[in-house]
Write a protein that binds this ligand. Sequence first.
Ligand SMILES: [Cu+2]
Length: 347
Amino acid sequence: MFVLSIQDPQNAGPAPQPQVDAYGQLSKLASTFHDVDGLFYFTYAVCIFFFVLILGVLLFSVVKYRRKTEDQPAASNVTHNTPLEVVWTVIPLIIVMVMFAWGYKGADQMVDVPKEAARNAYKAMAKQWSWTFTYPDGSVSYGDVWVEKDKPVQFYLQSSDVLHAFYVPSMRVKRDVIPGRMQTVWFQPTEEGIYHLFCAEYCGNDHSKMYARVHVVSSAEFKKRPWDDFDDSTPELAAKSGESLYSRNCAVCHSVDGTPLVGPSWKGLFVKGEGDTIVGAKRTVIEGGATKEITVDDAYVLESVRTPAQKLVATHPNGGMSSFGPELIDDRRVKAIVTYMKSLASK
Ligand SMILES: [Cu+2]
């Protein structure tokens, strides 16, 4: 069978293999939106039935009624048959009405957000090329999101740059994320597991890497808040938290080993100076059209995160980074990223 392998740039762990349902056509259903599957397989069966029927009659007629001699007269010259035409109009009409009613019922369920879901509202912020999730209690996670089994959940979808789409095949939800417009989806996860969340709208160079995971866990596991692992109480822990933020938010565009990606590598951004001090490297930047030389420091990194276009690195005069506001990565977290950058410094 076709096995999809998914690169997982935002996380160290491997992406789960997609699981398919018993008929091998759809991802395993893990929410209450089973009308999607019923309607999908109904449409599938109708298509196969009519394909076989129509092609069968066609092939049969081609063989049976073919012209056998050059001068054979036409066997019949029927131009129409009213009862037959009524039948082949009315039966398909009934079938498409069934499809419509079934689809309408399913869509209605998806659009009608139940109160319990509205009380359990998350925010999913899409940006090139990562996802940031804000929980009902205000905490934040990146690239992975945790929800409770059997508890309806609503997601408000926002984009901080271009068009994206929130697509979780196992939950049977897919919704465009449109800049400047509030979109929303809800679902009720029914099975524990880790599910794929894809961006389903082409959003630039590394769209294919814009991937996240939905963890459906028991309420006991959920109470442990597995996403809340940010810790900057010591420089070592801050560097570790910074590295995790880096891998989920920045690694798509910035390498740390010199490899050029969409953005400049962070290798050599900070270097070891006299003794064991860590100093910022020199950078040629373009600010307001003028080229100048600056020294990298904490403030420059913060500015690059909040307003990347303020000082463009001279090697990247067209920019290409969209801003991370404090609601995505607060100042403390940017500081942890800087601590991580400094931990990379070498002679
Ligand atoms: Cu996207």
